[in-house]
Design a protein around this ligand. Structure first.
Ligand code: NG1
Ligand code: MG
Length: 389
């Protein structure tokens, strides 16, 4: 692919400056869903597919961007001194633009502009964070070519801030953190309130992570996502009338049970229940994994899915069908939806010698029930965003 990218780059941009290569992965969350914006824990890992970028500095103030995934959009070109503005019709380019603006706002002097060519192999809108991937790709590019020294966590926060303010999606910090801080063969247990984190090796013995894409795009996701956030905020406000807590992540399930009557609305109560129990499950799951108890880890993944289905209500027919088919299959240790939900992907732990049958039979059963064709990826856990030398 690098070869094809290089050909495309030299065709589009005429440069004599060095061409450098950067990469930012996608991510999959193993457990801890809809907990990040509730001040709880998440447990994601970086993948080995992601966004590749070729970049060369220019001798003027122009920035030119092109994505091989969106050839119809063409080259997006602007000059740094004219200001960085959101343009709906620029679509994908708003993500890198938002991050460039973060650097400018931090007084990084972009004396010279640059040409950049992106290519990504993360399925779009599948809950594997193609958007955070291109944000972090841009952040490491800028850090590299302008020789800034931001800590990686700072790049993570700048990317999240770009997504919140420039794109207008009020996401939590999980995606950007996993993609910025990822480490080969490790997942990250992250406390989304304090940002304390811990790497945990993914030791699955004779099993692998298998991601299955429902191929149901998450069109409703954005509005429901914000709806869930408000429901949790309302629940928190009710609890705060009696309890001095900062977020739902501060409560244990026991504390929740003895105070849940404070939450006025029944629906809000269910949402808060998920957030509290999911947070506890995440911590417990990581302990189990570290003890080498994959079976318990898998069981907690299934419990997570059930809670997302029944209490948080963010799964839907396609995701439920995939998980159910997975759990009917021999050699499946755990399975759940991953990401925001409503569509997108599931993640399962499958014994290596059963993967072929898994893909065949789960795919078939899913197709029969939904009329859709699922796609499967056996995932490897890779590094966070970086320059490829
Ligand atoms: P995905 O599915 O990658 O869009 C979203 C949020 C995360 C997190 C999860 C649910 C965005 C960009 N990201 O992930 O911060 O809240 O849902 O756990 O909205
Ligand atoms: Mg996204």
């Amino acid at each position: 692919m690098r070869q094809q990218m290089m050909e495309q780059f030299t065709k589009l941009f005429n440069t004599e400056n060095d061409i450098r290569t950067f990469f930012a992965p996608g991510r999959v969350n193993l457990i801890g869903e809809h907990t990040d914006y509730n001040g709880g824990h998440v447990f994601p890992c970086a993948l080995t597919f992601g966004t590749y970028a070729l970049v060369a500095l220019r001798n003027d103030q122009k920035i030119q961007m092109y994505s091989m995934n969106f050839p119809d959009v063409g080259i997006i070109s602007f000059s740094i001194d004219e200001g960085i503005t959101f343009k709906k019709e620029h679509d994908w380019a708003n993500y890198p633009k938002g991050v460039i603006k973060e650097f400018v706002d931090k007084d990084v002097n972009l004396g010279q502009g640059f040409d950049v060519l992106f290519y990504g192999n993360i399925p779009n809108g599948a809950g594997l964070s193609s958007s955070a991937s291109i944000e972090l790709a841009t952040a490491v590019i800028l850090q590299g070519i302008y020789e800034t020294n931001f800590a990686t966590v700072e790049l993570v926060k700048m990317s999240q801030h770009a997504e919140n303010e420039f794109i207008g999606v009020s996401c939590g910090i999980m995606d950007q953190f996993a993609i910025g801080m990822g480490k080969e063969n490790n997942a990250i247990l992250l406390n989304c309130q304090s940002l304390e984190y811990q790497y945990s090796p993914i030791l699955l013995k004779d099993a692998s992570l298998v991601i299955a894409n429902t191929n149901k795009r998450r069109t409703l996701a954005d509005s429901k996502y914000n709806e869930r956030r408000s429901e949790c905020e309302r629940a928190l406000e009710d609890l705060q009338k009696e309890l001095s807590i900062q977020s739902l992540g501060d409560l244990t399930p026991e504390q929740f049970e003895s105070n849940r009557h404070l939450i006025q609305n029944e629906i809000d109560q269910k949402r808060a229940k998920h957030a509290v129990y999911e947070n506890a499950r995440t911590i417990q799951a990581v302990e189990k994994l570290q003890e080498g108890d994959i079976a318990s880890f898998g069981k907690l993944m299934c419990d997570s899915h059930t809670s997302l289905r029944d209490d948080y209500e963010v799964t839907g027919f396609e995701l439920d069908t995939l998980v159910e088919a997975a759990m009917n299959q021999a050699g499946v240790i755990g399975s759940r939806m991953t990401g925001a939900g409503f569509g997108g992907c599931t993640v399962s732990i499958v014994e290596n010698d059963k993967i072929e049958a898994f893909i065949e039979e789960v795919g078939k059963s899913y197709n029969e029930k939904t009329g859709l064709t699922a796609e499967f990826y056996v995932a490897s856990v890779g590094d966070g965003a970086k320059e490829l030398k």
